[in-house]
Design a protein around this ligand. Structure first.
Ligand code: PEP
Ligand code: MG
Length: 847
């Protein structure tokens, strides 16, 4: 005889039974709540996690006693882990089915029902419990199929199909307990956040037979539509029309064009079900889906689960429940995972339609778009000129592709990682983008790509880019529109009221600034001014400036750029209406503004009216072995100071102009790529002089704040002395990560996958801040900066500013704000609120 476990092996669920989620799982607790609401739940027994653990270890509970609690009826066995997200083994129905029961059903319910019920139990027992080959047990229900399944079982197992309910129950419980311990199941639930020792409870429940001469059937019902979250009774029901009970006259749940419905056949049952859903919603504080059975008109509630919903439905439901005071606002905020809302800001492939996937890459910028493929920036612009939606496909993108990216509705690159040029720009523009799609064989010369399965796509063919999950799809997929609706805004306003770190946006153009305002960023944390120079007319003047041989010639070009920059800044200040705007002085190496190929050089020579040889020579002279570590940022500002002088003048003149017509502007001027205090001193002296000159010339007074972008390890280490001259320090974590690791942000994509896979890096450090290494530099830098200048403003403006884990780090380190691409602002606002609620600072009560 087997030894029985010596604790409460199982408990019948009653209103007063001691059922607890950690001990019995969520389903057991939920069923008890339904019972307390007096819903007609069939008799149910909960096996606590301890019992299930003992079963997996070979110690069976008294299954005879358990089976005896359900005399003469069939039962179901369902999983009940502590969190529904953790999954669990599949439900087994109709345990207790045997030859005697089959004979009884033949008499009471008819041959077909008896055969189908017995066959489905034999199939599920053979496959899931006895682990026999599923191919042998797939037949459609009939008396012959049942006989064949029983014979197959006997032949394979060398024994009769078990007839005792207690024995069947023993084996079902054992197989479910063991399935939970399996490696795949463990890995799956751990990926969903389950702890390593997550336990399983089990539920044994009397089966409600959805059959009878009266109105019978089974189904589900919920009060909201799962994709939008709009109030709408939805669900399914399978029953037969009671008027004639013909198999082809299926009953659906609600009245619609498909045919007869439960709503019409039994309005009182339909109304009761809705009432039950409503009371579940109020008492379980959640939109629930009820699973029910009807047996001769009598209703049984078998189970209730949280309505499985899209992100937009999640937001609407959380806000509505809080507005109806069913849950608190804080709880509504916490019910929406920050990452989930990024899909609401963009078009999205409708999850309800099938997908024809061509390739997979790194999801670099969320949202989805369909269009004709083009293989060059120029072709993208040509398509846009004809009002055609196009997808720009490149091996990787470079600054000269920016205008093509503007013209495209989505971008796809074969190479690159999450901070590659294509990824950063696309996120800034809110364009769906996939990078590193190495599945595609790209042939730029022939303007085509070939997928792994050999399909060829040429220029003009239509594809869909799903930047949310990194999939390239054939054709134009059905889309859902962005949902910046009242529920979304309300939730984010609630989040703003609780968060304790600022959120600004990185915005380079007036369009970006408008997006930043739309997403209610508290200001601009980084305006990369070089992005303002890529328009055709400006690029030419910029190139003239680069090609100037003398300071005088350079001044002529800069004087032409000045009014353009001034207009840019006036537009930004106007849009931001007094909110802070942090403008970074020119940063990239000059050669990025020069053509890379012969054709481009020829065109440039033409535009500048210079000999081709001179252009080629200049381009060669400007090229560097390692441009990322070469003459860029402040190094350029010190070597060619007129560029920063012009930018400072444009900023200050715009400040005076914008302040005259609207809210007073206090611009923030940021120096990039600093590594030594002296660099800041030199630039500051000149900028102060420009400010004084502008004040004098325009007879106007204004303040401005000068700050430093901390993006070299040395700047972080020397932040103390640097802060003496800086009102703010903003960590450029893209470059800082690149330089701390000695890892090129443009090339890392090639091996990042295998590095992460082999656990060299836990995550891509360009995506999630490396809190141990780069993070230590952030802590050192901010601490030294604050000691030297307690009022210094500290922030992050690299891509990490939009990543929830990195925001948590910055908040803990006491940073004043994070700044990220405009389309990541809502996620950052919500994530910051989550951290404030889950880890409150002193002064705010815990939840
Ligand atoms: C950075 O380096 O983190 C940054 C924000 O600047 P950029 O990406 O323009 O180099
Ligand atoms: Mg940088």
């Amino acid at each position: 005889m087997q030894k029985h476990a010596d604790f409460a092996e199982f408990t019948e669920i009653t209103p007063s039974a001691g059922i607890e989620t950690p001990r019995h799982g969520w389903r057991a607790k939920c069923l008890q709540r339904l019972i307390r609401l007096e819903l007609p739940v069939p008799p149910t027994v909960a096996l606590p996690c301890d019992t299930v653990r003992a079963i997996a270890a070979g110690q069976m509970p008294d299954t005879k006693r358990l089976a005896a609690l359900f005399p003469g009826v069939l039962v179901s066995v369902r999983p009940s882990p502590a969190d529904p997200e953790w999954g669990g083994p599949g439900t087994v129905l109709n345990v207790g089915m045997n030859a005697a029961k089959h004979a009884e059903f033949v008499k009471t319910q008819g041959q077909a029902f008896a055969d189908a019920t017995y066959l489905s139990f034999v199939q599920s027992y053979a496959v899931h419990v006895a682990r026999l080959d599923p191919d042998m047990f797939t037949a459609e229900p009939s008396s012959e199929a049942l006989a064949a399944a029983l014979a197959a079982y006997e032949a394979e197992m060398d024994e009769e199909f078990p007839q005792s309910a207690a024995q069947q129950l023993t084996e079902v419980l054992r197989s479910m307990a063991r399935a939970w311990e399996g490696t795949t199941a463990r890995l799956l639930r751990e990926a969903k956040g389950a702890p390593a020792d997550a336990a399983l409870g089990l539920i044994v429940q009397e089966m409600a037979q959805a059959i009878g001469p009266g109105l019978s059937g089974a189904g589900t019902i919920q009060l909201i539509e799962a994709v939008t979250g709009a109030p709408q009774v939805t669900g399914r029901f399978r029953g037969l029309n009671p008027a004639n009970r013909k198999a082809e006259e299926t009953l659906y749940l609600v009245k619609d064009k498909r045919g007869h419905s439960l709503e019409e056949a039994a309005p009182e049952v339909f109304a009761t079900l809705q009432d039950q859903c409503r009371s579940c919603r109020a008492k379980l504080r959640e939109e629930m889906q009820i699973e029910f059975a009807l047996e001769n008109g009598s209703l049984k509630v078998i189970d209730a689960t949280r309505v499985n919903r899209s992100a937009r439905a999640m937001v609407r439901t959380a806000v509505t429940l809080a507005q109806e005071k069913i849950i608190s606002r804080d709880e509504a905020i916490l019910r929406v995972p920050p990452r989930a809302i990024s899909e609401l800001l963009h078009y999205q492939v409708d999850p309800r339609v099938p997908r024809d996937r061509l390739a997979r890459g790194i999801p670099a910028s969320p949202g989805a778009a369909s269009g004709k493929i083009v293989f060059s920036a120029a072709d993208a612009q040509a398509a846009a000129a004809h009002d055609e939606r196009c997808i720009l496909v490149r091996r990787e993108t470079a600054p000269e592709d920016i205008r093509g990216m503007h013209a495209a509705v989505a971008v796809l690159t074969e190479r690159g990682g999450v901070t590659s040029h294509a990824a950063v720009i696309a996120r800034g523009l809110g364009l769906p983008c996939i990078v590193g799609a190495s599945d595609l064989a790209l042939d730029l010369r022939e303007k085509r790509f070939t997928t792994r399965d050999g399909r060829v796509f040429r220029e003009g063919d239509v594809v869909t880019i799903d930047g949310t999950n990194g999939e390239v799809l054939a054709g134009a997929a059905e889309m859902l529109e962005p949902a910046l609706d009242e529920w979304f805004r309300t939730l984010l306003h609630w989040a703003d009221n609780v968060r304790d770190i600022g959120v600004r946006a990185n915005a380079d153009t007036p369009d970006d600034a408008r997006t930043a305002r739309m997403f209610e960023a508290e200001g601009i944390g980084l305006c990369r001014t070089e992005h303002m120079f890529f328009d055709e007319d400006r690029l030419t003047v910029m190139r003239e400036m680069i090609f100037a041989n003398t300071a005088k010639d350079r001044k002529v070009a800069l004087d032409r750029l000045l009014p353009m920059q001034r207009a840019d800044f006036i537009a930004l200040f106007d849009i931001m209406a007094g909110s802070p705007v942090c403008i970074r002085l020119f940063d990239p190496p000059l050669h990025e503004f020069l053509p890379q190929d012969r054709e481009g050089m020829r065109e440039l020579a033409e535009a500048l009216d210079r000999p081709l040889s001179e252009v080629t020579r200049r381009v060669e002279a400007l090229s560097e072995f390692n441009p990322m570590l070469g003459m860029r940022g402040v190094r350029l500002g010190i070597t060619v100071p007129e560029i920063y002088d012009m930018q400072a003048r444009a900023i200050f003149e715009a400040t005076v102009e914008a302040s005259r017509r609207g809210a007073a502007v206090v611009p923030e001027v940021m120096i990039p790529l600093v590594s030594a205090k002296r660099e800041v001193e030199l630039v500051k002296t000149r900028i102060d002089a420009v400010a004084a000159a502008v004040r004098n010339e325009l007879k106007a007074n204004f303040d401005y704040r000068l700050g430093v972008m901390v993006e070299t390890p040395r700047a972080a280490l020397r932040a103390g002395e640097i802060a003496e001259h800086a009102a703010f320090l903003s960590f450029g974590t893209n470059d800082l990560t690149q330089m701390t690791y000695g890892l090129s942000r443009d090339d890392a994509g090639r091996f990042m996958g295998s590095y992460v896979q082999q656990g060299v890096y836990a995550e891509d450090p360009f995506h999630v801040l490396d809190s141990d290494g780069v993070g230590e530099l952030l802590l050192i830098g901010s601490e030294r900066g604050r000691i030297a200048r307690p009022a210094v403003t500290i922030s992050v403006c690299g891509e990490h500013g939009g990543n929830p884990e990195s925001i948590a780090f910055c908040r803990k380190a006491g940073f004043d704000y994070v700044s990220c691409s405009p389309f990541r602002v809502p996620v950052a606002r919500l994530a910051a609120a989550h951290f404030a609620l889950l880890d409150p600072r002193e002064g705010r009560a815990a939840l």
